[in-house]
Design a protein around this ligand. Structure first.
Ligand code: TYD
Ligand code: MG
Length: 461
């Protein structure tokens, strides 16, 4: 087969050019031209475009629509990876013929997770394939040795040439395949470097072709940039069936897996894992651990959060300290920076707790991310506790809270209040400070400080 010609398409306006230019002649945008395989030309006398003048109709091409109820939809059997948290986030296992994009920053455990999943499938008698473009087969083997017996049963191919990978997939027809990573494969037809937008898109769409044809469930591993976007693979999000994000901090052991998009399940699910010496272990009692580890010192509050459809208790810590800097530092881990700005403003205006000239640090312990407004109240109380140097609750029973803080100092209800309350009660934290029982931030501060220990404030000099 002759090498396909390529064209350069502006990702903003769709203008095409035969060659790459820094500026798009169509819309004037810079650096938007992306290389793509040129669409096959219609040959005279044949092909789809032949004999069809614009505006004319061709009765032979007309299709007969089918009523939806008559459409044959097979209930496909899903592949269970035996990693409960992964299966749940996927919506009940891998769907044959589907494409899953697994994103995460380097070192988070993507290769570990996928190798373990394939290992379990291989042990269950499914045909699997691990394509590594990033590490050598020997490196993958060394990792697999740590991951238990199943992991070593997975056949591996170390390859970066897309044509070779496609041919292998066609010849092997595995039930499940992992491409680690989509950014390392390259289509020889395109001149762009591996990982460039054009390459990544071509790699994914061609792999999708064979996956659908052979019923292979494919997991594409993709790296995430510093900004948190799937580098290059952003353009894949609409193409794939499912986008999973693996996150957490490399230095910490806890990792969460979330579905950002799922054609076969809910995007509310999240799974918690812990990286151990023998690979990733599902954390089913995350709340128990986080509550057990909560310090109960000034600046510590337990947040009754929701991780997808499950309640999760996490410790929110805050530190307020005098600053020489103008403007002072606002450092957050695990919550949104803008939410902190809002909470600080409302605390100052409606709660009588000003932090204007102090540095404020907020951290969700364990590397967990809570991206919900329901975290506001716990953040606010942790900051108030840190600011006053007063511990809330007792070391055995730290204060728990949840609720959204509104701009006028009111507290707003958030989803699943009963499930959050129940989870807190399960760990002996019965009196949760939350709406609708408390309706304003001021009332919440009063309720929280009423639980303070008698010892009195520990003030910094
Ligand atoms: P890896 O799966 O290679 O990450 P990614 O593919 O996302 O880049 O895992 C990387 C880290 O995990 C690495 O720093 C070592 C650690 N690790 C463990 O702690 N225990 C293990 O059993 C394995 C396999 C890795
Ligand atoms: Mg890897």
């Amino acid at each position: 087969m002759a090498r396909a010609a390529t064209i350069h398409v502006c990702s903003d306006c769709g203008h095409t050019e035969p060659r790459w230019h820094g500026q798009c002649a169509g819309c004037g945008a810079w650096n938007t031209l992306v290389e793509e395989a040129a669409p096959p030309k219609a040959t005279a006398g044949g092909g789809r475009g032949a004999g069809r003048a614009r505006g004319s109709t061709n009765a032979a091409l007309a299709r007969t629509p089918t009523a939806l109820r008559d459409v044959h939809a097979e209930q496909t059997k899903r592949l269970h990876t035996s990693i409960g948290e992964l299966d749940r986030v996927l919506g009940g296992g891998l769907v044959p013929g589907s494409l899953v994009l697994l994103g995460g920053s380097p070192g988070i455990g993507k290769s570990t997770l996928t190798n373990m999943a394939l290992g379990h499938l291989a042990q269950a008698g499914h045909k699997t394939l691990y394509v590594t473009g990033e590490e050598s087969a020997a490196q993958v083997r060394l990792r697999a040795e740590r991951l238990g017996p199943g992991a070593l049963d997975v056949p591996i191919v170390a390859e970066t040439d897309l044509d070779a990978v496609i041919a292998t997939l066609d010849a092997e027809r595995p039930a499940a395949c992992v491409i680690d990573s989509v950014q390392t494969l390259h289509a020889p037809d395109l001149t762009g470097a591996p990982g460039s937008v054009g390459q990544v898109r071509e790699v994914a769409s061609r792999i999708m072709g064979v996956a659908k044809a052979n019923g292979t469930a494919v997991i594409l591993v993709g790296h995430v940039t510093k900004e948190g976007a799937l580098a290059g693979p952003r353009v894949l999000e609409h193409l794939v069936d499912c986008v999973l994000q693996f996150e957490g901090e490399r230095e910490r052991t806890y990792r969460t897996l979330r579905a950002l998009k799922n054609r076969f399940g809910s995007t509310n699910e999240a799974g918690v894992f812990e990286m151990r010496s023998g690979g990733l272990v599902e954390v089913l009692d995350a709340s128990a651990r986080f509550v057990g580890e909560a310090t109960g010192k000034p600046g510590s509050v337990v947040l009754a959060a929701m991780e997808g459809s499950r309640p999760l208790l996490v410790e929110v810590q805050a530190l307020v300290s005098p600053s020489e800097l103008v403007p002072p530092r606002r450092v957050v881990t695990g919550i949104d920076r803008n939410r902190l700005a809002l909470v600080l403003a409302v605390l100052g205006r409606h709660g009588g707790i000003g932090t204007g000239t102090a540095d404020v640090f907020v951290n969700v312990v364990g590397g967990v991310r809570v991206d919900e407004p329901g975290a506001d109240l716990a953040v606010a109380l942790a900051i108030a506790s840190a600011q006053k140097g007063v511990a809330l609750g007792t070391p055995e029973r730290p204060l728990a809270a949840f609720g959204e803080v509104g701009l006028t100092g009111e507290l707003r209800s958030v989803g699943h209040p009963d499930r959050r309350q129940e989870e807190a009660a399960k760990f002996g934290l019965a009196d949760v400070v939350a709406p609708p029982r408390v309706t304003s931030l001021r009332a919440a501060l009063r309720a929280a400080f009423a639980t303070a220990r008698e010892e009195g404030p520990v003030r910094a000099a």
